[in-house]
Design a protein. Structure first.
Length: 407
């Protein structure tokens, strides 16, 4: 199957348009990283506390952020979570970096107090049922003893507590709308007793996660090393497979792709997590694969078109591989686009990096890598040196004499 047959597009003739496009997006991303949002590292890398909050209605992230800031919790991030399922959840990121069990409770308590605001005081100091612990609820019922139990009171009230929590967490997805939601679940005497000491807010804390500062620092270092090692390995491979300039061209191309992808995250102020780093490493391999396909076709055409200029050979090679590029990149793009649209919040950053990376990686294999080769040849011939040559490796793996390309 082919989309294009016998195309003759002058890609190198449009190199200045490609250069302008790349410069605009690269400079915009770099400017955002240096002067605006910086590189928005996730909790995985900077350390801190993640708090997942479920609401009974569609939450307003900006209003929640202002409410938390007014409560004294600075440098927080609030973003809608799992929007594709309309789960009414937000993810709140704090700078609390201690990793003890007490710190988990402190982070949760501070968020509850910040979100409740004056709600508890307005209800006469009552406890929020949506965020009540099983121990506190059972203890309250044992103390009040609304059913006037004498024997097995602890077991009975523990079972009642579990029924209330099941109604809250399983039936009502974590948030009770009012005390009326307990009708038919527990005895009316229990509900009446709960009304005396509890009130129902419009949110509940679903989960709390903490990453220590030291762990975040190690992850940053490992992510950077993983990226640099992949670039170095690619440079060595292409330098051996072709010539060093081809390795340099591929590395510069991948650097260009990575800069634009990370710049897009900075411009949108979306956090870069471990999954995003995984996507960037995938992007490096994907972009490298596309570039090698074009380089391999250039090598084949050099043997067939020995008297042609390298720029003409490069143009012809790109046109010959264009159908294959569109097919493979197009199918992969549709897959990651579906992942981006329907994969949920957890995979949102990962799939977005792949969407941007596939588009830019495919573009750069044609518009960046190939022109670098031609520009290098023009620079060499301008200095009176020989044009670049391509090694042709035999089946036995031994290098054959290099064939020169006329300028």
């Amino acid at each position: 199957m082919e989309f294009f047959r016998n195309t003759n597009i002058d890609f190198l003739g449009k190199k200045w348009y490609f250069l302008a496009f790349s410069l605009i997006f690269s400079v915009a991303g770099l400017g955002s990283m240096l002067f605006w949002h910086g590189i928005p590292l996730g909790v995985d890398f900077r350390g801190g506390t993640l708090v997942y909050v479920k609401y009974s209605h569609t939450p307003d992230a900006a209003a929640i952020h202002d409410q938390i800031e007014r409560a004294g919790l600075k440098n927080t991030r609030v973003q809608a979570y799992d929007q594709t399922r309309n789960s009414n959840e937000v993810l709140i990121s704090l700078d609390i970096q201690q990793t003890s069990e007490q710190s988990l409770d402190n982070g949760k308590t501070q968020i509850i107090q910040a979100l409740e605001g004056n709600a508890s005081a307005a209800h006469g100091g009552k406890i929020d049922l949506n965020n009540a612990s099983p121990q506190a609820l059972t203890g309250y019922l044992l103390d009040k003893n609304p059913l006037h139990l004498e024997a097995d009171a602890n077991a009975r009230y523990t079972a009642i507590t579990q029924a209330i929590l099941d109604q809250r967490d399983k039936v009502k997805s974590g948030v009770l709308g009012s005390m009326d939601d307990l009708k038919g679940v527990v005895d009316p005497a229990v509900t009446a007793s709960l009304n005396d000491g509890y009130f129902v807010s419009d949110f509940s804390i679903r989960n709390v996660e903490i990453v220590g500062a030291q762990v975040g620092s190690q992850l940053r270092k490992q992510a950077l090393l993983a990226t640099l090692y992949s670039l170095a390995g690619m440079l060595v491979y292409l330098g051996f497979r072709f010539e060093w300039i081809y390795g340099v061209a591929a590395v510069l191309t991948v650097f260009h792709d990575t800069l634009i992808t990370v710049g897009a995250f900075s411009l949108l102020n979306w956090e870069i997590s471990l999954t995003v780093i995984a996507a960037i490493l995938t992007l490096i391999g994907y972009s490298n694969n596309d570039t090698i396909v074009v380089f391999d076709r250039i090598r084949e055409n050099i043997k067939l078109l020995r008297r042609d200029k390298l720029s003409d050979i490069v143009n012809k090679s790109i046109n010959q591989t264009l159908s294959r590029t569109i097919l493979t990149a197009g199918l992969t793009f549709l897959t990651v686009l579906a992942l981006f649209l329907f994969g949920g919040e957890v995979l949102h950053g990962f799939s977005f990096a792949l969407v941007i990376g596939i588009l830019i990686g495919t573009y750069s294999s044609i518009a960046i890598a190939a022109p670098i080769l031609v520009a290098y040849q023009e620079w060499r011939t301008g200095r009176g040196q020989q044009a670049i040559a391509m090694p042709v490796r035999g089946n036995a793996g031994q290098a054959q004499p290099k064939e020169k390309v006329k300028a």
